[in-house]
Design a binder for this molecule. Structure first.
Ligand code: IPM
Ligand code: MN
Length: 360
């Protein structure tokens, strides 16, 4: 198979973690006889530095020519006080929109070898295995009007939370489809006791539900969900929610996995004629400028994202499973990066990547 992949390392530790993920991809391609083409592009702060904009037209062209995109992370502290439209993060919102990836899949699972890395009790975490499906192209992140107007005590910040029926329908169906292939349970998360967007959300979910009568549906209010995620996380199989709730709750999921460095993600849009998705794959963690360039970053979020790419964009389930098994094998050998607080010397980003390649 031809694997035509665009890599956008972005900022901070994005460069280091994608480097290891690409090594893994090369080993997979070689072992299974796939033809791998890697191109690189600019996104985020580095793109602002080199071109003046966080999502340059040149990058957009590369995106359109690729079968799948692997992204590192975006964000640099020097832009902390800059207006949202000039920030590196805007590049990420731009690429998500350009690719039309409306569903962001964020799997959260526990690894036996990492149970002690979570501050939660082992028995609570052991066996956790759920997927957060985060709506990625709507809600507060994109709604208009937005901005800061006026001055003095009347200076006002505005964001708009808005969803159409169509936007809700497509992401909720993705949630149902995933649940159907797993333990057949879908939790729809909203704030329908307060928000109109959530009331429409719940209405659409209830309308769709009969199409998936084999899936058990529950509705859960977002604040309760935040609590349940740490009280009883094993009750969850697939959760579907809007953009903002998904952003917040997926970071909470990181506590179960031991570290946010462990979490991969896959952002999917419409299926291609060939039946596979054009996907954007990125670790859930950010650019972590405080540890950038020191070889401390955990590349497993990025490597897990490569496994997701193999599965969803290329339909290579066997290769994807092999990458996941290799990651498990490395963890079982006791090797982990500093974020997982090992008792001995932490492994470097590169050592983790090399170990996965060897295990493969
Ligand atoms: C994430 C990140 C991004 C988001 C930022 C960097 C724009 O936090 O992917 O979770 O909020 O979507
Ligand atoms: Mn986030």
């Amino acid at each position: 198979m031809n694997l035509n992949v665009l890599v956008l390392p972005g900022d901070g530790i994005g460069t280091e973690v994608t480097r290891e993920a690409v090594k893994v991809l090369r080993v997979v391609a070689e072992k299974w006889g796939h033809q791998l083409t890697i191109r690189e592009g600019l996104l985020g702060g580095i793109a602002i530095h080199k071109t003046g904009t966080p999502f340059p037209a040149e990058t957009e062209k590369l995106v359109m020519d690729a079968d799948a995109v692997l992204m590192g992370a975006v964000g640099l502290p020097e832009f902390d006080n800059v207006a949202p439209e000039k920030r590196p993060e805007r590049g990420l919102l731009g690429i998500r929109r350009a690719m039309g990836v409306f569903a962001n899949l964020r799997p959260v699972r526990s690894y036996k070898a990492l149970l002690d890395a979570s501050p939660l009790k082992n028995e609570l975490v052991d066996g956790v295995d759920f997927i957060i499906v985060r709506e990625l192209l709507g809600g507060l992140y994109y709604g208009t009007p937005r901005g800061i107007t006026g001055s003095g005590p009347e200076e006002r910040g505005t964001n708009t939370m808005t969803y159409t029926r169509a936007e809700i329908d497509r992401v909720v169906r993705m949630g149902f489809e995933l649940a159907r292939k797993r333990r057949k349970k879908l939790t729809s998360v909203d704030k329908s006791n307060v928000l109109e967007t959530s009331q429409l959300w719940r209405k659409v979910v209830l309308e769709i539900a009969p199409d998936y009568s084999d899936v058990t549906l529950e509705h859960l209010i977002v604040d309760t969900t935040a609590m349940q995620l740490v009280l009883n996380p094993k009750r969850f199989d697939v959760l579907v929610m809007d953009n903002m709730f998904g952003d917040i709750l997926s970071d909470e999921g990181a506590v179960l996995a031991g570290s946010i460095g462990m979490l991969p993600s896959a952002s999917l849009g419409a299926k291609k004629a060939s039946g596979v998705w054009t996907g954007l794959y990125e670790p859930v963690h950010g650019s972590a400028p405080d540890i950038a360039g020191q070889g401390k970053a955990n590349p497993f979020g990025a490597i897990g994202s490569v496994a997701a790419m193999l599965e969803y964009s290329f339909g290579l389930g066997e290769e994807a499973a092999a990458v996941t098994r290799a990651m498990e094998q490395v963890l079982n050998s006791g090797k982990v990066t500093a974020d997982l607080r090992p008792s001995g010397t932490p492994a470097t980003t590169e050592q983790m990547g090399e170990s996965v390649c060897q295990a493969l």
